[in-house]
Design a protein around this ligand. Structure first.
Ligand code: ADP
Ligand code: MG
Length: 841
């Protein structure tokens, strides 16, 4: 590795003495042995010397080489968090994913034989940090927020930024920001005779594609040294499908796993699919085909997995380098078996239990699975079974599963796309990148030669796969990041050292939105309001709602709503509960007519599943009926449904039993609860004397409060107003339901529609609404809708009223007639409790 050495500053070599204060560690024998197997441990000396001699070091190493678990330990042992040392801070390490922060801190604590108070984590909902903390794992968002309060990051002596290759939005911003912190700390430590110490930055990547960090002249003064940890990688034979199946890669994956399991030697199987829906379906099919558990136990396993979430992992895993040792030509095992495809009808969809081959130990793996269920993949599979993990791209670089020999790759990834101008979002399942497909293949070659079965042809791979995945900064809303930067006193965001800068229009739009919310003044400087908004760990829209909520006596409700909106949808989707016939719930709802025709062709089991689904619909509807029961009002908002869930959950004692009965995710409810408490604490610290009762004291809102809540929601989504098109056209057509009724928004050129999952879909279409999100499938849909009154706009959205034509038209004509004041609220004449109404059939 001449290459690496040449990167290291030779003249400094003399300074590369060992740290004076080594922290002695006693590791248990088993752990010590496992560590010694890790490629990164062989490089400890050179890594630590390089870190000692350079302010910034980049470490690249194949997934599983030991970066995340070992580098913090190296630093710890070298005294980087020892109070006796000349580095008086602690070691911080950031992760783009919460699960990784939690599970890796647990693992490192275990390896160091230290407690959770010493090796701790901090994520949005939870923290184990204490004065004794020496190593702190956190999400990148947590460190960004800390920067707003302490731009010197003075409590850290070293910051490790992990998974930088993923190019998550927060990670990119962090790298830009710490490049500035570094300079400041270096300058101050020279000026000030040693009170402030220089900071060490370690950027870690699973791939060698780090030129955006090294070649960017705005970022670091010197090109940082790159240490490439070469992991032992066994050859992986790649087998392409001869043909690319049209859509049904889940069935294709099922067939492939069946073949591997029944015909090929032992070794774990890892299947890459795009989302939880597909994963649930494949797991169920495989478990039925190769059962290994008694009825009881397998039920228990399924129960555990019900704690699943519904929102797909939002970031695409990007992998940037070709795996050196991939041996495409290798044909040692069963090539013939796999190249000829789908013709053989041996495994058709009708599942018969296969008793000849042994049982298969099938485990799902995706971001929102409970931590407990997630950690099962690290345990050895039960005696006599073969491990089969069905994963999203979480398994691509974040978590390394031991013992994988076969990879089955559908080649697809589900990505959130976001149109920066219109704000329209969509989840798109599309081909992943070449780099990422190679990264997936590499998972098969960790413990011995392996095989990767790609469920697509080499022609498709060559012609249709992009080289790399696009960084998130190009495809996510950035107003939250812009507000964070302003709070760090970075006034000209255009000059910020982004590893790859976003489009100027994108930045301008984010600034403008923050101006509408009065978080920024007309020159783009942060306002007092903006500073307060930046202290809440939620999106700017939501912090704005919190602040207005406080001014109008609705704070407990707004805290509950904002917490629920910030957590992934708490309602369990149907596809987690039965083998769904349709993978996209949007499509399912749109194609109702088709659906009736197909109904007759369904089996009894499938019909039963549908009747259960109808039952679930009724159960869920009760969360809307609450409002009718309490206040005698027709439904006015999908967002109020969330408040009702939170209220009913607390009222019934916050039990898992409640969640099960109502098809709600317990994990989501817990996160909502934690976030409520956290926000309440922030309010109590920032605004002493404000009454923010939690839980038991929060009564259902009165009619007046309900109206105020809708006004506050309007303020938060002030740029997301939609107007019924008929109103603008002055058409006199009357609709009885909102189905197919067109709306205009400020941003999107297309007309938009009320999504079938909205309660308002079934009612008379309102004239004015605000929406939470736009989603594009066959049409552009509004989700999370709240009915508003046009008269509120002149008050809440002053700056918008002359901005957009449609809004202009309506508001101007009404402006003088009724500039209604926002209702000022006297709390406490609401109904008594949150009891849900009976189920209505
Ligand atoms: P990298 O960050 O380079 O991808 P890691 O440090 O995450 O590598 O993993 C190093 C090794 O530690 C892997 O072999 C992985 O399987 C193992 N490992 C990580 N977490 C756990 C855990 N909770 N239990 C058992 N082994 C683990
Ligand atoms: Mg890692």
């Amino acid at each position: 590795s001449d290459n690496e050495e040449s990167n290291i500053n030779k003249s400094d070599e003399t300074k590369a003495v060992k740290k004076a204060f080594y922290v002695p560690i006693e590791r248990n024998k088993e752990i010590q042995e496992a560590r010694m197997e890790l490629p990164i441990c062989a490089e400890e000396q050179i890594i630590m010397e390089t870190i000692s001699n350079n302010p910034v070091v980049i470490i690249c190493g194949e997934t599983g080489s030991g970066k995340t678990t070992q580098i913090p330990q190296f630093l710890y042992e070298a005294g980087y968090s020892s109070k006796d040392n000349d580095n008086p801070g602690i070691i911080g390490i950031t992760q783009p994913r919460r699960v990784a922060a939690v599970s890796m801190s647990k693992r490192v604590a275990q390896e160091l034989s230290l407690s959770e108070q010493e090796v701790s984590y901090q994520i949005r909902y939870d923290a184990t940090i204490s004065p004794k903390t020496v190593i702190k794992f956190m999400t990148d968002g947590v460190l960004l927020r800390e920067l707003a309060n302490d731009f010197l990051l003075s409590k850290y002596s070293a910051i490790i930024i992990d998974e930088a290759h993923e190019r998550s939005l927060n990670t990119d911003i962090l790298i830009g920001a710490v490049s500035r912190v570094l300079k400041l700390r270096a300058e101050l430590s020279e000026d000030d005779g040693g009170k402030i110490k220089p900071l060490k930055i370690i950027i870690m990547s699973a791939t060698l594609r780090v030129s955006d960090f090294t070649q960017n002249k705005n970022l670091f003064d010197m090109v940082p040294p790159i240490i490439n940890v070469s992991a032992r990688q066994f050859p992986v034979s790649i087998h392409f499908n001869r043909r690319t199946p049209n859509i049904d890669y889940v069935s294709e994956a099922f067939k492939k796993v069946c073949k591997i399991h029944t015909r090929l030697p032992h070794g774990g199987i890892l299947v890459f699919l795009t989302g939880q829906n597909e994963i649930s379906i494949l797991c169920k099919k495989l478990r039925r085909k190769f059962p290994y558990l008694t009825q009881y136990k397998s039920k228990q396993l399924l129960e555990e997995e019900k704690i699943v979430g519904d929102v797909e992992s939002l970031t695409a895993k990007e992998a940037d380098v070709e795996i050196g040792d991939l041996d495409i030509g290798d044909k040692e095992v069963g090539e013939e078996l796999f190249d000829t495809d789908s013709e053989d009808s041996e495994e058709n969809d009708e599942i018969t239990v296969d008793e000849r081959s042994g049982p298969l130990y099938v485990l799902p793996l995706y971001s929102l699975l409970s931590t407990h269920a997630q950690l099962r993949v690290f345990e050895a599979p039960p005696e006599g079974t073969r491990l089969c993990v069905v994963a999203t791209n979480v398994a691509e670089t974040s978590l390394t599963i031991p013992g994988i020999k076969y990879v089955v790759d559908c080649g697809k990834v589900k990505e959130r796309r976001y149109d920066v101008i219109t704000g329209v979002q969509s989840y798109v399942v599309d081909w992943t990148s070449k780099a990422s497909a190679d990264q997936r293949a590499g998972r098969a070659g960790r413990t011995g030669p392996g095989h990767c079965y790609r469920l697509f042809s080499s022609a498709v791979f060559n012609d249709q796969f992009q080289q790399f995945t696009i960084p998130e900064v190009y495809r996510m809303p950035i107003e939250g990041i812009v507000l964070q930067m302003k709070a760090m006193n970075i006034d000209t965001v255009y000059n910020f050292p982004f590893p790859t800068p976003p489009d100027r229009n994108h930045l301008r739009k984010a600034e403008r939105l923050l101006q509408y919310m009065n978080a920024l003044d007309e020159n783009g400087g942060i306002t007092e309001l903006g500073r307060v908004m930046a202290t809440f760990p939620v999106a700017p829209r939501f912090s704005k709602m919190l602040i207005i909520g406080q001014q109008h006596g609705c704070l407990p409700y707004i805290i509950a709503i904002v917490s629920a909106l910030s957590v992934a949808d708490p309602f369990i989707k149907d596809y987690h509960l039965d083998i769904s016939m349709n993978s996209d719930d949007d499509v399912e709802e749109e194609d109702n007519e088709d659906f009736d025709v197909r109904y007759n062709e369904l089996s009894e089991i499938q019909k039963e599943a549908i009747s259960q689904k109808e039952h679930r619909k009724l159960i869920r509807k009760r969360f809307y009926d609450v409002q009718k029961k309490h206040a005698g009002l027709d439904p006015t908002s999908d967002i109020l449904k969330l408040l009702n869930v939170v209220g009913a959950y607390v009222y019934e004692g916050g039990t898992d039993e409640f969640c099960e009965r109502n098809f709600v995710r317990p994990k989501a409810m817990e996160e909502i609860h934690k976030l409520r408490r956290q926000i309440t604490n922030i309010v109590q610290v920032n605004c002493p004397g404000v009454d923010v009762c939690l839980d038991s004291k929060m009564k259902p809102p009165s009619i007046v409060q309900l109206k105020a809540i809708r006004q506050i929601i309007t303020a938060g989504f002030i740029d997301q107003i939609a107007i019924r098109k008929g109103l603008i056209d002055k058409s006199s057509k009357i609709f009885s339901s909102a189905r197919n009724v067109e709306y205009c928004t400020m941003w999107a050129d297309d007309n938009v529609f009320i999504h079938p999952t909205s309660i308002l879909y079934h009612h008379k279409p309102p004239d004015f609404v605000v929406y939470q999100e736009l989603h594009r499938t066959s049409k552009v849909w509004m989700k999370g809708i709240t009915v508003i009154e046009s008269s509120w706009l002149s008050k809440l959205g002053k700056s918008l009223c002359t901005f957009s034509k449609p809004v202009d038209l309506q508001v101007k004509s009404k402006k003088n007639k009724d500039t209604e004041k926002i209702a000022y609220v006297i709390p406490s004449f609401g109904p008594k409790n949150w009891e849900l109404p009976p189920i209505k059939i």
